[in-house]
Design a protein around this ligand. Structure first.
Ligand code: SF4
Ligand code: SF4
Length: 228
């Protein structure tokens, strides 16, 4: 899932400073699961902004709505009328949701209410950890299902750096060394031979380094109008 957290109220207030009518749009998927931008959070933020505006002496009309997914046209189209009635829309979706709203309703000012953080997993109640950096060429088959790109601070491909101590990464005691985890997993699976295969430098063109990425599935595309 995409993990995000809400921006400080003061920052959101700054983003809507000139508005008299604000629409907060929540998203019912990833950011609901990480308690950052779902229906409940959209309602709380709208109420907080209303209260704050009254305290500041410039009452603002703030309403809220939540769509199932802000990153897909069919889910955001139904809120177009509400969005166009507002001076500013505060998106509580991830960065994709913000951009989808801003693209679909291009004449509306859309601002982010969240900071989008990473692709992660809730590892215990109240804790989310990064698990994938979307590198576009997955190595998990060689590393016992533990990602050295997202979970090693140095993104090493051939074992740990000299800073790994007692299974911990040198960046801090609360961060396990990814390569210790990989070693332990492969040892438990009797697959340590995988570590003897030297990995060549990674081809980063499939990652962000290659520029904005696109996946096209021709078999799923709709035929152009007029074609067979
Ligand atoms: S190797 Fe790449 S695609 Fe696979 S989990 Fe790590 S970052 Fe994600
Ligand atoms: S200590 Fe381990 S996880 Fe941390 S940077 Fe070195 S190899 Fe990577």
């Amino acid at each position: 899932m995409i993990v995000a957290e809400q921006k400080p109220l003061e920052e959101i207030k700054g983003l809507i400073a000139d508005a008299r009518k604000v629409l907060v749009v929540g998203c019912g998927t990833c950011v609901t699961v990480c308690f950052a931008g779902g229906e409940k959070e959209a309602g709380i933020l709208a109420a907080s902004l209303r209260m704050a505006s009254r305290i500041d002496g410039t009452p603002v009309e703030v309403s809220h709505v939540t769509v199932q997914r802000q990153c897909e046209w069919e889910y955001i189209d139904p809120v177009g009328e509400q969005a166009h009635e507002a001076d500013i829309v505060v998106s509580l979706g991830c960065g994709i949701g913000v951009q989808a709203l801003a693209e679909r309703f291009a004449d509306v000012i859309v601002v982010p209410g969240l900071n989008t953080a990473f692709l992660g997993q809730p590892t215990e109640q109240g804790v989310w950890e990064e698990r994938c950096a979307a590198c576009g060429s997955c190595l998990l088959g060689l590393t016992g299902g533990i990602c050295p790109i997202a979970r090693c601070a140095k993104q090493l491909l051939n074992g740990p750096c000299g800073g790994s101590q007692n299974g911990e990464c040198e960046i801090g005691h609360d961060t396990p060394c990814a390569w210790q985890l990989i070693y332990d997993r492969l040892a438990a699976q009797n697959r340590l031979h995988l570590l003897m295969e030297i990995q060549p430098p990674k081809d980063w063109t499939t990652s962000r380094d290659g520029g904005p990425r696109r996946i096209t599935r021709e078999d799923l595309r709709l035929a152009a109008e007029g074609s067979d």
